[in-house]
Design a protein around this ligand. Structure first.
Ligand code: IPE
Ligand code: IPE
Ligand code: MG
Length: 249
């Protein structure tokens, strides 16, 4: 019944059951713009502004990791104009705004295959990651040209190379070896996965890491997503019974 609550004040979050890591599929920018008779790129800009607010909201709530899906390996299929607009927004944020996050003690980390991004974007990513690597407040992982299958393909390639060159025996390829070969190495799995815009699918996000995540699907379009809705998702999570394949007594 907790879905019926109307105001944030009513979501009594339990500080002892806060997730450490939330992953978000930020979907619905295009529909948000279309509803307002605006070009899709206006939706992406509004989406970036929503992300900015959610990063600070997540930090205030005490999360350690926030992973957001910004651009998938499949998103290149969109028009050149739309891809260009998304990359321009990304460029702007990387080169200007992200420094503000760093000042606020936030570590920035990019997951995905960076090699397909423009060189100046790759350079800006390297710079911001280096600048923020000691920050302790919270880590924001931005998934860029990210696909769960592509990430696994790259991890398998690295492991195969280690085996071929004699650094690792095939029999020693444990789950930990795979976990540590992924872009997310060192980050705990997300306890909660949120997708906005009413779609209920994974769209190739974090396939390995979400084995036991709870899912929260919000009907809100991403640019409208706010702290209150984030709290609602966490409230939902805190009231789930996680079993991990076992049984509660
Ligand atoms: C999510 O919004 C942002 C990206 C995929 C880059 P969409 O652009 O997918 O918005 P809809 O789903 O078309 O509304
Ligand atoms: C998933 O959204 C990717 C991002 C949010 C970056 P899409 O809009 O690309 O996914 P589909 O096409 O609805 O599955
Ligand atoms: Mg979409």
């Amino acid at each position: 019944m907790f879905f019926a609550k109307e105001t944030a004040e009513e979501y009594q979050l339990n500080p002892e059951k806060m997730p450490k890591h939330i992953a978000i599929i930020m979907d619905g920018n295009g529909r948000w713009a279309t509803k307002r008779s605006l070009p899709r790129k206006a939706g992406h800009k509004a989406g970036a502004e929503a992300l900015e607010k959610i990063i600070y909201a997540a930090k205030e709530l005490g999360l350690e990791h926030l992973t957001v899906y910004a651009f998938s390996t499949e998103n290149w299929k969109r028009s050149e104009e739309e891809v260009g607009a998304i990359m321009d927004i990304l460029r702007f944020y990387l080169k200007n705004y992200f420094k503000k996050f760093v000042k606020d003690d936030i570590r920035m980390h990019v997951i995905g295959d960076k090699t397909r991004l423009d060189q100046d974007i790759q350079d800006a990513i390297e710079e911001i990651e280096a600048l923020s690597k000691e920050k302790q407040g919270m880590t924001v992982h931005i998934a860029l040209n990210y696909g769960g299958r592509d990430e696994l393909r790259r991890a398998v390639g690295k492991i195969a190379q280690d085996v071929a060159e004699g650094r690792l025996a095939a029999a020693d390829v444990t789950e930990d070896v795979i976990t540590n070969a992924l872009d997310t190495a060192g980050t705990p799995d997300p306890e909660l996965m949120i997708r906005t815009s009413g779609e209920e699918r994974i769209s190739n996000f974090l396939l390995w890491q979400i084995a036991y995540s709870e899912f929260y699907f919000s009907d809100m379009l991403w640019p409208d997503f706010d702290k209150k809705e984030l709290e609602k998702a966490i409230y939902y999570y805190q009231n789930r019974e996680r079993r991990f394949g076992g049984r509660l007594k």
